[in-house]
Design a protein around this ligand. Structure first.
Ligand SMILES: [Zn+2]
Length: 397
């Protein structure tokens, strides 16, 4: 079982993008002996791996992933990334995984286009630990899926959040979390869940949400900022103004509101007239962490870490050689879920490698050295250099 699951994980670890690609490398004796030398086990045929992944209950592999994460927390090296030195920032968001023109399984979600065409698809809600250094680790996942048999209303992201929260609390019972989420989340159910789990939250406040809170802060938006900051990053001058209001009643909750208005201006050399138009963006959040003049900058920066789940999380997994949307197991929903979890495990391991001192030093050596290039070299090395000590082939000249 270990060999088979490692074989499935290996497809993502080596960023092969398809079962076929890793299968082809099984014909290469040097690759096989390097694989066995590194991992201490044989490389199985990917069809056998798929057969196993179609058969096993997805909770087993999710448990493996959650144990790996628990181990990282025990090692304490993630502690410096806590918000205000106390709370692990956990971004929650959903993403599409696969879609089909025809019904794929009984749990598919469906949507109808204006022309009447029905699409069948699968969607997953993720809770990922995000850090300012760019880590994005899956803590738990929950599929947005329809139940078997008849149902009135399709499953949705917010219903899945209730289940995801249960999973998070069960597997990380004492972990101090701060939930970061988009404008869909500021509502009574989410506030209740966070209160009963003793979690903090920083949620995007869109102007259409929480009408009574909006009315309360309308005048505060016109007030003088509570504090300001100024910095220059990559030749851009960024000035930020911060406002906040504490203890706004909303149903059974007291919410704190905060705002960051950021103005960016392109920097120019001294003596040159600056004609660039500044651009302004406004970020507003509701939270159950009380803001003050000292912590407001750190709190809004924490709220903005939510972006990492989209960039470092979903985008990397879709475009960064993990091919999240590839149909690894077309005929089995269970198989698809298991491949998804193996991808999360491989991405976790690869992030630890890619952010290690060794790899970051390699990247600094050459300005054009990219992670993708390092991975290409790694695969080439495994294909061409025998692990038994045969010296690499020296290019002539
Ligand atoms: Zn389906």
């Amino acid at each position: 079982m270990e060999e088979l699951l490692m074989g499935g994980t290996g497809m993502f670890l080596f960023k092969q993008g398809s079962r076929n690609s890793l299968n082809n490398k099984r014909f290469e004796e040097t690759f096989l002996s390097n694989y066995e030398h590194c991992l201490g086990m044989r490389l199985p045929h990917q069809d056998t791996v798929a057969d196993v992944l179609t058969a096993i209950d997805p909770i087993h592999l999710e448990m493996v992933k959650m144990r790996l994460m628990s181990r990282l927390f025990e090692q304490k090296w993630l502690r410096p990334y806590r918000l205000l030195g106390q709370y692990y920032p956990v971004a929650v968001d959903a993403t599409g995984v696969v879609s089909f023109d025809k019904p794929h399984c009984e749990h598919c979600l469906t949507k109808k286009s204006k022309s009447g065409k029905v699409t069948y698809f699968h969607y997953v809600l993720e809770a990922k630990l995000v850090t300012a250094a760019g880590h994005c680790f899956s803590l738990a996942g929950e599929w947005v899926e329809n139940p078997s048999g008849d149902f009135n209303k399709q499953d949705c992201e917010l219903k899945a959040f209730t289940r995801l929260a249960g999973k998070l609390k069960k597997h990380y019972p004492r972990l101090p979390l701060c939930i970061l989420a988009d404008g869909l989340y500021p509502n009574q159910t989410v506030f209740d869940i966070c209160r009963s789990n003793e979690w903090k939250y920083i949620l995007v406040l869109q102007d259409t949400m929480l009408k009574s809170v909006q009315q309360e802060v309308d005048l505060i938006r016109l007030r003088k900022p509570a504090t300001e900051s100024y910095r220059v990053k990559n030749g851009v001058r960024i000035s930020s103004k911060y406002r906040f209001q504490t203890a706004i009643p909303y149903k059974k909750h007291l919410l704190h509101w905060m705002q960051c208005v950021e103005t960016k201006t392109k920097d120019v050399k001294p003596g040159v007239e600056n004609t660039a138009e500044p651009t302004a963006s406004t970020f507003e959040y509701v939270s159950n962490i009380e803001p003050d003049r000292d912590n407001i900058i750190r709190l809004t920066a924490g709220g903005r870490l939510r972006w990492k789940i989209e960039n470092e999380g979903f985008n990397t997994q879709k475009c960064g050689d993990y091919e999240l949307e590839h149909k690894y197991c077309r005929n089995s929903y269970r198989g698809m879920k298991n491949y998804y979890t193996l991808l999360q495990i491989a991405h976790l391991i690869n992030q630890l490698v890619e952010k290690s001192k060794f790899v970051t030093a390699l990247q600094k050596e050459h300005s054009k050295q990219t992670i993708r290039e390092i991975w290409r070299c790694l695969t080439a090395y495994m294909l061409l250099v025998s692990p038994t000590g045969t010296p690499p082939i020296q290019p002539s000249g």
